[in-house]
Design a protein around this ligand. Structure first.
Ligand code: ADP
Ligand code: MG
Length: 730
């Protein structure tokens, strides 16, 4: 497609000619006019609103090259490709370019051919690039994802802080900063850091009417997840996890259970990452299980759900991530699993940070916890966080649809506001709550706040209660936060009015997400909890009897059939199908098929006769730990690799490799190690050990060692045991 582009063309016809759009969206036109009149411009618009156009169009119609600073190379490439596709000369300058490519790009910029030059902040700070840019004609500078400037944002990039000083070296250029998330504090940080306090601000509401918000306790989370996905089968969604390992584990777990799921994280090689992303975009994959590395700049309109499997570390990041659902405007859901344990874990991650960073991170986590705990309309809470006030509740979140009891307060609100005033409007929420409840800690005493007449006036309630109430009247607009003095509470004008003429205020009871409070069964993922439990002794004895009989029939020692641990677990969770059975520790598909039938029949009969409600309402196959490692080892053994070679390639000791092999074998997978055995032990000797295991009471290695009195090494005995299990057990 050949488009006749010319400098000076008006933006409206460029919109049509270049991008094929008939009209501007939202504030786009005003933003573009503002920037083109040479003014600094600050755009805060939700994801998908069309921020890119706000700098692309002015760049196209103006003389010179616009510099676009963007944090991710993948994002840059995507935009550059799109622009080149519509006939606009856009290029990028980053570490992936070869020397000759770099030379070509620079030549084209100097010739005035390049309209947009995308630059990573790291490249921008390089001396050679700065001196080159000084010689070019630059139209303006766009800073995309500008929240990266602020430590208070969810994606802080230290290099972003140097942008201003570099722009200054290039001359007096207009700046446009753009972001999809900015709390008032982050907004202030961005403007201050870019010295553009005077900039025209274009902020649109962050409210997304089509998204349903829900927070659930993280109890039995895998089962809940499976149930949710089965209920939404065929729909596309993203599951966010905190660690790379976890994304792989959950993706594997879903795949084993028949869901088309793939992992995505920064640790995958670029090729795999790209392929997984494309499969998701092309709908060959329904569920993307990702770290937060996934999603920025991804334009998939029909993501029907976003699930946070792990509790996220900031409300800002969370809202941004959920914003990837339902860009097409159709109803979509955002589900978060919340646990205090996750919050504790996140807090531990911050241990090595500097004091300020740690304090910041802690406050962000507190906001997250409050969001989950409070039974106030979720959307109202998030928007409050972003500095927006909502007249009415959303009626499209769990808190609105299943409200917890509400009650009214009046004199308590007066006390809270009085406390804020009397302490000089200089203190954060925790301190105010302490003073109201009458907590005499060192901090309170050091300010002599225990001497105030309001001190402890609310001691009939707990500190936690006061904390919640103060938060809620803050969301109601009676209290404002001082941004300079992060967290310091002030009585707002609305609050002053209230003090002179108090009225009743509705307060919601809080959620309590601690597991013991929840009326939900404990996590079946945690096998330990099952193991520790008392099992059904009667069933256990029956199973043992059956095992003995089967052993006799097959001429095998009972322990080869199923271990005691496996029987105990069966007597706890009552598997009644072969598929259920494969979830029992140490029972793989092989074992289940070979020996399972009689056992599940016995259990089914027992369950029926004793009126037991079986645990397996949703059948979930577990993937086991480190399933990837196991699969790779199985493949290596299939290829008949020497064990030494395998252990070296995996960088583990022989001891560790043996353990892996045993785990694979004991969970029911047949392993053919003969090729290796034959190289270390002659056939007769192997037979001797095999014979021993066939007759032995137990498969204990220590016992075997002493029986043979040092004739064989532990390694040899263990390997033959694997062979034995593979031949007879699996
Ligand atoms: P943001 O950066 O705000 O998240 P993008 O700039 O990536 O959003 O734009 C999101 C989508 O909206 C893109 O597919 C873009 O082509 C489209 N878009 C932007 N402006 C318009 C417009 N005026 N008319 C129609 N589509 C638009
Ligand atoms: Mg964007």
């Amino acid at each position: 497609m050949e488009v006749e582009l010319s400098v000076g063309m008006d933006v409206r016809s460029a919109l049509k000619q270049v991008f094929g759009f008939d009209k501007f969206r939202g504030n786009q036109e005003e933003i573009i006019q503002n920037l083109m009149s040479g003014k600094n411009t600050f755009v805060i618009m939700p994801t998908g609103a069309g921020k890119s156009l706000c700098y692309q169009l002015p760049a196209i119609v103006q003389e010179g090259t616009a510099i676009v600073i963007s944090p991710l190379i993948a994002l840059m490439k995507n935009q550059v490709d799109l622009l080149n596709g519509v006939g606009v000369n856009a290029q990028f300058l980053n570490s992936t370019l070869t020397k000759s490519e770099m030379t070509r790009v620079k030549k084209e910029v100097l010739a005035g051919e390049v309209k947009l030059l995308y630059v990573a902040p790291e490249s921008l700070t390089k001396a050679e690039n700065i001196s080159f840019l000084k010689t070019a004609l630059i139209s303006f500078v766009a800073i995309d994802e500008a929240h990266c400037i602020s430590e208070w944002g969810h994606d802080f990039r230290p290099e972003y802080r140097r942008i201003r000083s570099i722009i200054d070296m290039l001359g007096n250029l207009p700046i446009i900063a753009l972001t999809a998330t900015a709390t008032p504090k982050v907004q202030q940080d961005i403007q201050r850091n870019l010295t553009m306090e005077e900039a025209s601000i274009f902020k649109s509401s962050f409210r997304r009417f089509n998204l349903f918000y829900e927070v659930r306790p993280k109890v039995n989370a895998k089962k809940q997840l499976m149930r949710y996905i089965l209920n939404n089968k065929g729909k596309g969604g993203i599951i966010y996890c905190l660690s790379r390992k976890r994304t792989e584990e959950i993706a594997e777990f879903l795949r084993v259970n028949g869901i088309k799921a793939l992992p995505y994280h920064a640790g995958l090689d670029p090729h795999t990452r790209m392929r997984n992303q494309e499969q998701f975009l092309r709908e060959d994959c329904d569920v993307m299980v990702a770290t937060i590395a996934f999603g920025m700049g991804i334009d998939k309109p029909d993501v029907r759900f976003v699930i946070h499997f792990d509790t996220p570390k900031s409300l800002e990041g969370y809202y941004q991530e959920t914003g990837r659902a339902g860009r097409d405007g159709l109803p979509s859901e955002c589900l978060m699993f919340f646990s205090y344990a996750d919050i504790d874990k996140l807090e531990k991650f911050n241990k090595d940070k500097s004091v300020t960073e740690r304090d910041n991170a802690k406050l962000l986590l507190q906001e997250m916890t409050d969001f989950a705990d409070f039974s106030v309309c979720r959307v109202r809470q998030v928007l409050h966080y972003f500095g927006e006030y909502m007249e009415k509740d959303c009626n499209n979140c769990d808190n609105c649809q299943k409200p917890l009891p509400k009650y009214q307060i009046e004199k308590e609100a007066v006390l809270a506001l009085e406390t804020i005033r009397q302490t000089g409007e200089r203190f954060a929420i925790q301190h105010i709550a302490d003073v109201c409840a009458g907590v005499e800690n060192d901090y309170v005493v050091s300010y002599s706040h225990n001497k105030l007449d309001i001190f402890g006036k609310g001691s009939n309630q707990t500190v936690k209660w006061w904390y919640s109430v103060i938060r809620q009247i803050s969301i109601n607009g009676l209290i404002s936060k001082d941004l300079e003095n992060f967290g310091a509470l002030r009585v707002s004008p609305e609050g002053s009015k209230f003090l002179s003429a108090p009225y009743p205020i509705n307060i919601s009871k809080d959620h309590d997400f601690s597991a013991e409070q929840m009326d939900i069964e404990q996590d079946a993922d945690e096998k330990e909890s099952i193991k520790g439990n008392a099992y059904d002794g009667e069933l256990f004895e029956l199973l043992k009897g059956l095992r003995k009989k089967v052993g006799k029939d097959k001429n095998l020692p009972p322990y080869v059939i199923f271990s005691d641990v496996a029987l105990e677990e069966m007597a706890t969770v009552y598997p009644t199908t072969e598929q259920d059975l494969t979830q029992i520790t140490g029972v793989g598909q092989g074992k289940a098929t070979k020996f399972g039938q009689a056992f599940v029949e016995l259990i089914a009969k027992y369950v029926k006769e004793n009126d037991i409600e079986a645990e397996f309402d949703v059948v979930i196959k577990t993937t086991g730990d480190k399933s990837r490692t196991k699969i790779q080892i199985i493949q290596q053994i299939d290829r008949k690799l020497d064990l030494d070679e395998i252990k070296d390639s995996r960088k583990i000791s022989m001891q560790e490799l043996l353990q892996e092999i045993e785990m694979i074998c004991f969970s029911g997978t047949k392993l053919n190690l003969n090729y290796y055995m034959d190289s270390i032990l002659d056939e007769d000797r192997q037979d001797e050990i095999m014979d021993y295991f066939l007759k032995a009471e137990s498969d204990d290695i220590a016992l075997a060692l002493s029986e043979f009195d040092g004739e064989y090494t532990e390694e040899e005995l263990r390997l033959v045991r694997v062979k034995f299990f593979s031949e007879f057990g699996n």
